[in-house]
Each structure stands twice: as C-alpha cells, then as structure tokens.
Design a protein around this ligand. Structure first.
Ligand code: 5AD
Ligand code: SF4
Length: 418
C-alpha cells in the first residue's frame, strides 16, 4: 500500500503528518510523493484562514478526479477542517472515505489501517531517511481566544503534555540520529506540567547527550518570561531565533484582537531579546485589515516593521472565521485596501530581508547540515536561515559545519565549507 499525504498549514500539522506517516509505515505502507502513485490519499487540513480551506477544497477536487479512474483509492481528510466541518466535506465530496478531526488525530493511523486493511507489521523498516531535525509536540489546543482566531474552537482547550514523556521521546529520537528538536505548541510560553515550566523543560532537554540544537514555536508576547530570555542567552543548544507574533503595532487593534499586550510591551521584549542574544533573528506574524484598522493604525504597524527589522515575517489579510468574536465586528476594510496594506508590508519586509542576507556575505556561519540533495547539503544557521553548502558530502549530515557565505538570495544563502 502506498500513501500520499498533502499537508496544509502550520508546523503543528507538518509534525502530525510526519507522525502519521511514521505510524503508517509500521503498518507496512510506503510513502509516495506523487498522488497518482498512491492507494491512500491523505489531506491534512488547516482552518486558520479562509484561503487555507479553499486550498483543501481544490486538492479534494483533484483527488476525487483521480479516484474516478482509480476507484480503489481511499481518500482521508484529517486535521482542523475535518474537526470543524467534517460532515460538510463528506456531503460535498462523496468520494471521501474517512474523516478524522484534530481532537482525534492520535487515532488517525489506526482508523486508516482499519479502512485499508493494513496489518501491524512491526518488522517493517520504518522509513525515515533524513531525520536530523524532528518536531516534538509539547502542547495541544489554545486558551487565548485571540478574537480573530479559530484555533481554540477546533483544537480545543490548552493542555501541556507530560514532561517526562517529552524527554523520553526526545532521547529516543536523538538515539536514532536526530540532532535538532523543534518544540511545538500554540503558545509554548504557557507550558506547565507539574513542576516543569517551559524554561525548565528546555533546560532538561538540553542535557540530552548528542542533541545539538533546540528550537521552539510559537511564542506569545504576553507570556514570554525574563527567565526564558535569560535561558536563551546562556543555553548554547538553544538557537538564536524566536518567532514572536506581533499581529499589529496599534494598541487599539491589539486590544480588539484580545492579544493582552501593548506595543510598548512588545518593543520592550524585542530590546531585551537583542541585548541577551545579540545575533538573534526575531520573526513575526502580522494581520492587516483587521476590523476597524484605520490608515493611521496601519501606519503604526508599517513603521514598526521598518524600525524593528524582523528577520522575516508572515503577513496575512484578515479574514473572518466562524465562531470568533471578530467575525461579529464589521469587516470594514475594503479588499483592495487590505491587498494594498499586505503588499506594502511584504515589500518593506523583503527589502529588509535582502539587506540582512547581503550583510551576511563574507561572514562565516556555523550551520547544521540537515539534508543532502544532488550532492548539495542543505543546512541552517542558528538564526534559522537556509544555507546551501558546496564541498560537503553525506558524511557531513548531522554535523556542525563552518561555512563561508559567498552569495545571498532573499530566502537562502550559498557558501563553501572551510
Ligand atoms: N485572518 C488572518 N490571519 C489570521 N491568522 C490567524 N487567524 C487569522 C485570520 N482570521 C494569522 C495570525 C497567526 C497566524 C498563524 O495566522 O497572524 O499568528
Ligand atoms: Fe490563535 Fe491566539 Fe491561540 Fe495563537 S494564541 S492559536 S493566534 S488564539
């Protein structure tokens, strides 16, 4: 049996797709990268934006077409949309065989195995070729109820997973060759399990021999503690990167978004982080065109982007999501204006990114070699930038390399091993 898995959305979804793939391989199924070669087509969905849901519908249209000529194919939809509008999907796409919502995601492999008559064959080799970097989920759900966000409704209440299980899972991964762990949660800063908070969890992980790097996401500015900033400064395994969604720099809009911090607080965190970790790359998320966002509010956000000089950012046009508080606020920024604001932020951020990467040409960066393709190593700096390295080989996988940066493009650097 071959399975194809399409993943839409955040790192959490990537992680869940990876885990599902691993579980399916223990049932003897093999992963394929082309839909037409699959007997099981799986779609992992996202509900955060209307656009992500549109993407899922068009993928299902293609999968359904394929199934018409290959009626034995099974189509499975998992994740946030499956949770939110599973029955609607089933009504619209009659060929879908199985729906597994995000709250039930741990049972997805078992359900797929039942559907496709896969049998547990633990003797099967688990295919997991280039496994230098792995995601580890430490929390589920979210309790923050940002007024625009559908996540608390589809993923449910925030729960922190057992710290001892996380440590065990991570040790096992490292024993199997993993060098970098990315900890995932909607708001890792509010992690709490018995005596563990997020900082102590990371400190314990850092004691695992053979683990070289730790990253984490996502952070919430209202919960990011001085203790964590201090730990980032002192713990050498923790990477110099933080994703800290700002969303807006207008205090009026932040309040309407229910973000529970002010712009002044955000800037204060940026300053503290840069003092504690001088080479840190701070990345962010921004929403433009939130209900009530005036030109002046937008100007504040634009100015902040210019001044803070993020290492990278994602900018989204606001779209109302069902059940959220903001969906009852008049969505009063015209689409054309949302597009304009989106373009302005993107252009400014691209300009800054190009300046940042250009300033890295000529420097030596310590990178971790993650993958090899056609003889070129794909690696990452401590700040999270992708570097393509010449003059390296398979034996360098999983190693730290010192690379002299020769060329820079907006999303990647190119260099030679020294
Ligand atoms: N409209 C636009 N962007 C959104 N995001 C979340 N909900 C919405 C929405 N309704 C963005 C936020 C969040 C990121 C994952 O997606 O910026 O940080
Ligand atoms: Fe959504 Fe806010 Fe929770 Fe992030 S913190 S998942 S934006 S509700």
């Amino acid at each position: 049996m071959n399975y194809f898995i399409e993943t839409i959305g955040c790192q959490m979804n990537m992680c869940e797709s990876d885990k599902l793939g691993l579980a399916l391989s223990t049932y003897g199924a093999s992963k394929v990268n082309i839909l037409q070669e699959a007997n099981i087509v799986i779609l992992n969905t996202c509900s955060v934006r209307a656009q992500s849901e549109q993407k899922a519908f068009s993928f299902l249209g293609r999968a359904e077409e394929f199934k018409q000529d290959n009626p034995n194919t099974k189509i499975v939809v998992i994740g946030c949309m499956a949770e939110r509008i599973g029955s609607k999907i089933k009504r619209r796409f009659k060929s879908v065989d199985l729906i597994v919502g995000s709250k039930d995601i741990d049972n997805a492999a078992l359900k797929i195995a039942d559907l496709c008559n896969l049998y547990d064959s633990s003797f099967n080799k688990i295919e997991d070729s280039q496994n230098i970097v792995r995601y580890v989920t430490i929390m589920r759900g979210c309790d923050n109820y940002c007024s625009y966000c559908v996540v608390p409704f589809v993923r449910g209440r925030e729960t922190s997973l057992n710290a001892l299980d996380i440590l065990k899972e991570s040790s096992l991964l490292v024993k199997n060759g993993v060098k970098e762990i990315m900890l995932l949660g909607q708001n890792v800063n509010s992690y709490r399990y018995k005596d563990f908070n997020f900082t102590s969890l990371v400190k314990n992980l850092a004691t695992i021999n053979g683990l070289e790097r730790i990253r984490f996401m996502t952070n919430h500015p209202k919960d990011l503690s001085d203790e964590l900033i201090e730990m980032m400064a002192t713990e050498s395994k923790v990477c110099s990167h933080i994703h800290l969604p700002m969303q807006s720099a207008s205090n009026k809009i932040l309040k309407a978004m229910n973000r529970k911090y002010s712009y002044e607080h955000y800037i204060d965190l940026v300053k503290k982080l840069r003092i504690a970790v001088p080479d840190i790359s701070i990345t962010t998320d921004i929403i433009v065109g939130f209900p009530g966002e005036t030109k002046e509010d937008f100007e504040e956000t634009f100015k902040a982007v210019k001044e803070i000089r993020f290492g990278g950012l994602y900018v989204f046009r606001y779209s109302p999501r069902p059940n959220t508080k903001a969906a009852n606020m008049p969505d009063n920024v015209p689409l054309e204006e949302k597009k304009r604001r989106h373009r302005l932020i993107l252009e400014e951020s691209n300009k800054i990114s190009i300046e940042i990467v250009a300033s890295m040409v000529g420097s030596v960066q310590q990178v971790l070699a993650e993958k090899i393709e056609n003889g070129v190593i794909e690696a990452r700096t401590r700040g999270g930038r992708k570097v393509f390295v010449k003059g390296s080989s398979e034996k360098d996988l999983g190693r730290h390399l010192n690379v002299s940066i020769k060329e820079a493009k907006i999303n990647s650097l190119f260099g030679n091993i020294i």
